[in-house]
Design a protein around this ligand. Structure first.
Ligand code: DAH
Length: 354
């Protein structure tokens, strides 16, 4: 019987060496070591053996079983290792290669500095419970002017040189179309679609038929804000404006509030910040005055509330129109607004965040 066991082991050993998958090894294990396996078969005849023979065969059988189990474990781990090595060899990434060698023809993208600032501002306002609204670039006269208390003959229309769409078949003046000259149009849409109290911001691109210079562009960006409810006061307005500027510049910036005229607010203000490009010494961005107009704002005019379907006897509110591009220029020390719209990658990639 001892010879039988030895022969069984030799046979087992030869077989296991030829196997190359884990399931095959497990099958072999149960073929030899399972309850109805070959080793058990041999040991069945143990009942006919003498006590002396049993004393000899018992330990021998156990030793062989142990050895077979060890062989199985070691074969399984060899196969596992081989599998890992094969995967590593096939998916080899050389992490020591530099970026430009890895992507010879591609460049990793980056956000435009305006996107970075806009997202930062959106996050700040979202955390204060504001909604974020959007509106169309092509607007009608009602939303761009009429509803904002700027009737047809109002001189304020000249302040905003407008790109009009010429349509000889336009049936009424009210329906004349234009490229929106400001994001205040979204105030009207916001009021029409909600009930007070509410507060929202609305970032977006605006268009003016203007001569360009270091601080003027024909296509630029604003961020409108509006809060409507009962008993809203100028102090609410100042609180929100100061909070936002402090969060953006990560420091207290010097501001000044002066009266400003906008038909859609009464009273209206101009909030200026000290020019951070020249530190108030005077430069082309601040037109040598040391201050930059950044945040026109005011208390919403009753006519505007009415046009938005809100009772001005019961509710009031504030609004502001942040010059988003100017803010970007102040924050990053950019001395010409035209860089922002240039599409020049040498400019854009300076602000990569990854
Ligand atoms: N829409 C104005 C402009 O483009 C900016 C503005 C001024 C917006 C005062 C406002 C405001 O909401 O209250 O010149």
């Amino acid at each position: 019987m001892i010879n039988k066991l030895d022969a069984l082991y030799t046979e087992f050993k030869t077989k296991i060496e030829t196997l190359s998958t884990q399931p095959d090894v497990l099958n072999l294990k149960s073929e030899y070591l399972g309850k109805k396996g070959l080793v058990s078969d041999v040991l069945k005849s143990l009942k006919d053996a003498t006590v002396e023979q049993r004393k000899e065969i018992g330990p021998k059988a156990n030793a062989i079983k142990d050895q077979m189990t060890k062989d199985v474990v070691s074969k399984l781990s060899d196969l596992e290792l081989a599998e890992i090595n094969e995967k590593l060899a096939n998916n080899r990434i050389d992490i020591t290669l530099t970026d430009d060698v890895k992507n010879t023809n591609t460049h990793s993208g980056g956000f435009h500095p305006r996107t970075l600032i806009q997202r930062e501002i959106e996050d700040i306002f979202l955390s204060m419970g504001f909604d974020i609204l959007d509106g169309p670039h092509i607007e009608d006269e009602f939303h761009n002017f009429e509803a904002l208390n700027i009737p047809g003959d109002h001189p304020a229309r000249d302040m905003q040189d407008t790109f009009w769409f010429h349509n000889p078949h336009e049936e009424s003046e009210q329906k004349k179309h234009l490229l929106r000259t400001h994001t205040s149009t979204i105030q009207v849409r916001g009021m029409q679609s909600r009930k007070p109290p509410f507060k929202f911001i609305a970032p977006g691109t605006v268009f003016r038929c203007e001569r360009t210079d270091a601080s003027h562009e024909m296509v630029f960006n604003q961020l409108e804000g509006m809060m409507v409810g009962e008993d809203i006061s100028v102090s609410h307005l100042i609180y929100f404006m100061k909070t936002i500027l402090k969060e953006i510049f990560k420091k207290e910036v010097e501001v000044r509030l002066r009266p400003g005229f906008f038909p859609f607010v009464e009273p209206g203000f101009e909030l200026d910040i000290k020019c951070l490009i020249c530190n108030a010494k005077g430069c082309s961005v601040c037109k040598q005055v040391g201050w930059v107009e950044l945040l026109p704002c005011g208390m919403v005019h009753p006519n505007v509330l009415k046009a938005g379907g809100i009772d001005p006897e019961k509710y009031n509110g504030f609004a502001f129109g942040l010059g988003l591009d100017r803010l970007v220029m102040m924050k990053y020390g950019i001395d010409d607004i035209r860089h922002l719209q240039s599409g020049d990658l040498r400019f854009n990639t300076q602000f990569r965040t990854f």
